[in-house]
Design a binder for this molecule. Structure first.
Ligand code: 6GU
Length: 273
């Protein structure tokens, strides 16, 4: 996969040299090019922003530098043999970044990120490139960052670990929270390693039993426990067909019952504490 990032803070992307993404680059599985937007600012102050039409606070990033940066990055990528580029525009106004979107992006051969500072990029830039390439406007959560660079780090790491050969163990993202499969839509429960005793705290006995069926059931019960506490919305929107008899028992213990539509909700007596 090829990744281009155009930014006014290239050094903000230095973490892409470290850990999983850094190793994927070193192995040639990921070709990351970081470009300084100011290369394409031609006045003596290298201006990339201006005041917003219609007034209001803050500054808006100008069309000119972004247009030249994207044209040149596209030309360079095509020349290097890359194909099917997609533009990823980090913005708090974008669609939510989810594991599903990470999987979709990981199937694309070439991503171009346009993290913005200030109040964002003049809308005509995304409009223009949307006539030529798929454009994903993406938000990494319901909070506001000072710029999109941190979002590029987040999205790149989530995508890179899905690329073939990047994770050591081919199975290790099968039961990630949010991955499709038997634990779909449940958070992962607690994990333990040696020593077996630490500050008076032991290990749940079932994990030492060697009984794989019981261990799988225990893990699923703990996944329900954690999901009910931290993300009850995930249970509410789950297709109840995904729950077996033991799942329903566990949900009942945790105070959840099927409603008229079959979907699970907190039992009335368990609500409000
Ligand atoms: Cl992608 N950018 C900014 N500036 N703030 C955000 C965001 C992105 N996602 C959530 N908040």
């Amino acid at each position: 996969m090829r990744i281009d990032v155009v930014t006014i803070f290239p050094e903000y992307l230095d973490p892409l040299n470290v850990s999983l993404v850094g190793k994927a680059r070193a192995r040639g599985q990921l070709d990351v090019r970081v470009h300084d937007l100011r290369q394409w600012a031609h006045d003596k102050h290298n201006t990339v922003d201006d005041t917003p039409y219609g007034g209001g606070p803050g500054m808006v990033m100008k069309t000119g530098p972004w247009g030249e940066a994207l044209d040149e990055s596209l030309a360079d990528g095509y020349e290097a043999g890359a194909h099917l580029p997609a533009l990823v525009v980090p913005t708090p106004s974008g669609r939510p970044f989810t594991q599903r979107l990470a999987v979709e992006l990981s199937a694309r051969p070439w991503l171009i990120f346009t993290p913005a500072r200030y109040e964002g990029i003049d809308t005509r830039v995304t409009e223009e490139y949307a006539t030529r390439l798929p454009v994903y406007e993406v938000s990494i959560g319901d909070y506001v960052l000072a710029g999109g660079e941190a979002a590029v780090l987040v999205i790149t790491e989530a995508v890179a670990r899905l690329l073939p050969g990047v994770l050591g163990n081919a199975e290790s993202h099968q039961d990630d929270s949010f991955a499709p499969g038997p634990m779909a839509d449940l958070l992962e429960g607690p994990v333990y390693t040696k020593p077996p005793q630490w500050r008076g705290r032991g290990i749940p006995e079932v994990l030492l039993s060697g009984h794989h069926g019981k261990i799988a059931r225990w893990r699923r019960d703990e996944a329900f426990r954690r999901t009910v506490t931290n993300r009850p919305d995930l249970i509410e929107r789950c297709d109840p067909a995904a729950f077996n008899k033991k799942d329903r028992e566990m949900l009942s213990i945790l105070g959840w019952q099927p409603g008229p539509d079959g979907r699970f909700g907190r039992s009335p007596e368990a609500v409000e504490e």
